[in-house]
Design a protein around this ligand. Sequence first.
Ligand SMILES: Nc1ncnc2c1ncn2[C@@H]1O[C@H](COP(=O)(O)OP(=O)(O)OP(=O)(O)O)[C@@H](O)[C@H]1O
Ligand SMILES: [Mg+2]
Length: 246
Amino acid sequence: MNALAVRDLAKSFGGVQALAGVTLTVAQGERRAVIGPNGADKTTLFHAISGTIFPSWGTVVLFDREITRLAPYERARLGLARTFQITNLFPGLTVLENVLLAVCAAAGGGLGLLRPMAAHPRLFEKAERLLEEWGLSASARRLVRHLSYGEQRQIELILALAGSPRLLLLDEPTAGLSPAETAQVVAMVRSLPREITILMIEHDMDVAFELADSITVLHQGLLIAEGDRETIRSHPKVSEIYLGVE
Ligand SMILES: Nc1ncnc2c1ncn2[C@@H]1O[C@H](COP(=O)(O)OP(=O)(O)OP(=O)(O)O)[C@@H](O)[C@H]1O
Ligand SMILES: [Mg+2]
């Protein structure tokens, strides 16, 4: 079964054509990277998959179920989770509070902000367990705004995992990170079980090749190449548009 099948996906914003007919399948358990220059419509593709925007044309199928017009929360219930290109945390809350909100949302109980945390012992334990699993318990009570950017990206990944997703979309998880921080996030993604299919946008070609089984290249809203690292590295059009090589 495919985790994801996108067919003929197109989107126009007023007169501006963004996605121009993208067809793409990702098998269950696969790790796939999407690369392409700035403005290639990579994030727009993620928005259409996660339901932040509806496409003008085409379909999105998640684990054999058509989801093209479902709301984002309905897709989340079917096992889809994503992180954003810009961090999406509550900076004035602690790490534990951020994780707890994600765990509550994933449990379908709304945010439960009006009840004290102690009223949610099971969810509270789940949030603590997630932090422990990822070696971040020591940061549980720190305010997110006091974390390094690298730590914030790790917490974001944990939030995305709170709902036990089957398909995880990562939008440039290492953008803006130092080499050491990048290595940490890469290690985290690598350690995820194969039950979680991963589709990630990655600007760093080395990271993409390190994490992905295969790579899809977008350019101007079109899929221009797809394949393993050798195919991509030797693809003349990819060299031309992405690597800037003649
Ligand atoms: N809400 C919108 N309204 C109008 N145009 C939009 C909208 N969202 C995206 N676009 C158009 O889609 C283009 C592609 O944007 P997108 O963010 O998908 O690119 P990207 O490949 O993720 O780029 P980057 O590598 O910089 O993140 C933009 O240049 C913009 O013209
Ligand atoms: Mg983007």
